[in-house]
Design a protein around this ligand. Structure first.
Ligand code: ADP
Length: 305
């Protein structure tokens, strides 16, 4: 099957001589929910800018559903919905008008445009704001308006640059539900994010970009499997015994009711629990010391420093 997005040898040197992309190869299959991760300044927005033809590339090829953006950008654009980080609608226009007009740019008949506008306003919780000028919307609402606008021509590939920046937790959840729903209905989604929990919650595959290069491109499951060391924090019944040690495990007593257990890859966590029980420790709850994906992310960046 033709990939939803195919990028080969993508390079970008800005006017000031700075090389933001140093040869990026990336393929995203149709139907994917894909995360493009990377620290600030890695080159994510530059990549998205090139795909949407807002940034001129220095070298390389980009195809959307098999259509080369240099050969037929209008053709590729029909398949593509982009939600950039910056709000770029006219803030003095009414919410509804922004969507209907956008549909017009794609030659969608007015009746269909109105129907789709109603649908997306409703689905994205903006129905009550349809007659409000966009500048009156909260940050989260503006973000949702951007998503609605990107979807109005029913693209097969939706690319979101930091979609939940400035969106509160509750709204983030309903946005996740919405994105999952359209992905399940067949829209390929690529998102860049700083929130690794977000990538973990939504995406199956991911690429990490660092200093303009892809340093990892794999499934999240595969990546987490590479985690060589993990720390767990156990909340225990106080007071804990004066000295705690478990053979083969690094166990640290943090305070009177908290223990940290470090596990190497392949070790059996149940064995650590057995050891603790033998010393009369009662474990009430347990959590990972840090987000696992975050740990992998840090490891990958360190390896490529
Ligand atoms: P990310 O989205 O991963 O945070 P960007 O793609 O925005 O990264 O930026 C990649 C690098 O390119 C950064 O070092 C940034 O400062 C630089 N950069 C971005 N836009 C320009 C520009 N217009 N001129 C010069 N350098 C730029």
């Amino acid at each position: 099957m033709t990939p939803a997005l195919s990028i080969t040898g993508l390079e970008k040197t800005y006017g000031n001589g700075f090389q933001a992309l140093k040869g990026i190869d990336l393929e995203v299959a149709q139907g994917e929910f894909f995360a493009l991760l990377g620290p600030n300044g890695a080159g994510k927005s530059t990549t998205i800018g090139i795909i949407s033809s807002l940034v001129a590339k220095t070298a390389g090829k980009v195809s959307v559903h098999g259509i080369d953006i240099d050969e037929d950008f209008p053709g590729a654009k029909k398949f593509l919905g982009i939600v950039p980080q910056e709000f770029n609608f006219n803030v003095f226009e009414k919410v509804e008008d922004i969507l209907v007009q956008q549909a017009g740019f794609y030659g969608i008949p007015l009746k269909t445009a109105r129907e789709r506008t109603d649908h997306f306003l409703d689905r994205l919780g903006l129905a009550e704001k349809r007659n409000v000028t966009a500048r009156m919307l909260s940050g989260g609402m503006k973000r949702r308006l951007m998503i609605a606008r990107a979807l109005i021509h029913q693209p097969k590939l939706l690319i979101l640059d930091e979609p939940t920046a400035g969106v509160d937790i509750e709204m983030r959840r309903s946005m996740y539900d919405f994105l999952r729903e359209i992905n399940a209905a067949g829209t390929t989604i690529i998102l860049t994010t700083h929130y690794l929990e977000e990538a973990e919650a939504l995406c199956r595959n991911m690429a990490i970009i660092n200093h303009g290069k892809i340093v990892t491109n794999t499934s999240i499951r595969e990546l987490l499997r590479d985690l060589t060391k993990e720390s767990f924090v156990l909340d225990c019944l106080a007071p804990l015994p004066e000295l705690i040690s478990v053979t083969d495990f690094n166990v640290i007593k943090r305070d009177e009711h908290t223990i940290e257990v470090q596990i190497e890859k392949g070790q059996d966590l149940a064995q650590a629990f057995d050891g603790l029980r033998e010393q009369g420790v009662k474990v009430l709850s347990m959590r990972n010391e840090s987000n696992r994906l975050e740990q992998v992310f840090v490891n990958v960046l360190e390896q490529n420093a």
